[in-house]
Write a protein that binds this ligand. Structure first.
Ligand SMILES: *Cc1c(COP(=O)(O)O)cnc(C)c1O
Length: 376
């Protein structure tokens, strides 16, 4: 699925994903790469195939439907669906995909138990230790242990999971609170006789704290080369990662602006002196947000930076090409990534945009993708 009929292309370097996966495996031991949301906009199938080639035996997706899509792509390893089942269609997808469902409500346990066949179904319990979203709490532990014990022939507790809210923050007090709560929940289940694998750390947890690694880690953003510690004192921890996504659009026209002439809707930019501008075939319909208007955002053009001038339009953006040298129609401007000095890191684009690298990848990845692979 992609934005149709435009000239914007998201180039995905699979060798960077391979590099990042191996980097995380070296640091974490047993990462289950998170490839939810179409692999953060990088494409579920190609990313999964690259991970499988690199030795990954398990992966986390979002919805049960995504679990089935992954299975149908030929993925043979374990699949964990982070969002859990809601309706009959979801339970059907999980069964067809032989995926492990993340469970956060008692009625889901009952529904799964009802659907079990001759062998117990593996389940993953999600605990809310401070994220305040999905999950069981401390108060549910006794009942949980009871339900699981009553259904031993139908349900097999395979994993206990919790998610960290602040693992990218150099102040780790809240992270430690979450670690303690999760350790208590796991200890109580183990005392009740259950044998399972524990999983807590995301990308930031895995890289920042070896004590969040436990049995299984769930890195997402780092796999795609996003540094979760950008702008913090921990930034160095992610410096070995390589950004896999580069997004470009062609220049359609180059022209001069005389001093006092303006560009784009609302005339929010007027040339203070004579300039040369390039008109790039990308705009907010291509997920290059209108929020990027007038914020000092830049693209990479011929290896240098060119500033966005005036308002970003639906399918066009004006950039300053005054000091870029000869630019001809068809030259590609890099909205993200690119080559040379002008390379646009996801976190820098996210800063102009007022968001994070996750959203930058997810939405720019809606454009048509092309894959490169420099090999192992
Ligand atoms: C998205 C997600 C992750 C991955 O987090 P990153 O910060 O991208 O590493 C891990 N666990 C759960 C439950 C998630 O939803």
């Amino acid at each position: 699925m992609s934005i149709p009929h435009n000239k914007v292309r998201a180039r995905i370097d699979l060798d960077s994903i391979r590099h990042n996966y191996l980097f995380l495996r070296q640091h974490g031991g047993n990462p289950y790469p998170v490839i939810k949301a179409d692999a953060y906009g990088h494409g579920l199938e190609r990313v999964a195939a690259t991970l499988a080639e690199s030795g990954a035996k398990a992966a986390c997706v979002g919805s049960p439907a995504e679990a089935l899509a992954l299975r149908e792509s030929g993925w043979e390893g374990r699949i964990v669906a982070l969002l859990g089942p809601l309706d009959a269609e979801d339970y059907g997808c999980l069964a067809e995909a032989s995926a492990v469902a993340m469970i956060h409500r008692f009625d889901q346990l009952a529904a799964l138990a009802e659907r079990a066949g001759s062998k117990p179904l593996p389940v993953a319990l999600k605990f809310d230790t401070g994220m305040g979203r999905l999950g069981f709490g401390q108060k549910d532990l006794i009942k949980l242990a009871g339900v699981l014990a009553d259904n031993r022939s139908r349900l097999d507790l395979a994993m206990a999971v919790s998610h960290l809210a602040t693992a990218d923050d150099p102040d780790q007090a809240f992270l430690e609170q979450q670690m303690t709560r999760f350790a208590d929940a796991c200890a109580e289940l183990r005392r009740a006789g259950f044998v399972f694998e524990a999983s807590l750390g995301n990308s930031a947890g895995l890289l920042a704290r070896s004590d969040t690694r436990l049995d299984i880690q769930r890195p997402g953003i780092a796999l795609y080369g996003g540094n979760p510690f950008h702008g913090t004192s921990l930034e160095e921890l992610g410096s070995g990662l390589r950004q896999a996504m580069h997004v470009s659009a062609p220049v359609l026209q180059v022209h001069d602006l005389a001093k006092g002439e303006s560009v784009s809707y609302g005339r929010t930019f007027t040339a203070p002196t004579s300039m040369r501008v390039a008109i790039v075939a990308a705009g907010y319909a291509d997920a290059y947000s209108r929020v990027l208007s007038g914020r000092g955002a830049e693209v990479c053009l011929k290896g240098s930076r060119a500033r966005v001038l005036g308002r970003v339009c639906m399918q066009l953006t004006v950039v300053d090409a005054t000091r870029i040298g000869e630019v001809v129609p068809g030259e590609r401007a890099w909205l993200l990534g690119g080559e040379g000095e002008g390379f646009v890191p996801a976190n820098e684009l996210a800063g102009w945009w007022g968001t994070n690298s996750y959203e930058v990848f997810c939405v720019l990845g809606l454009n048509r993708r092309e894959y490169t692979d420099a090999g192992v």
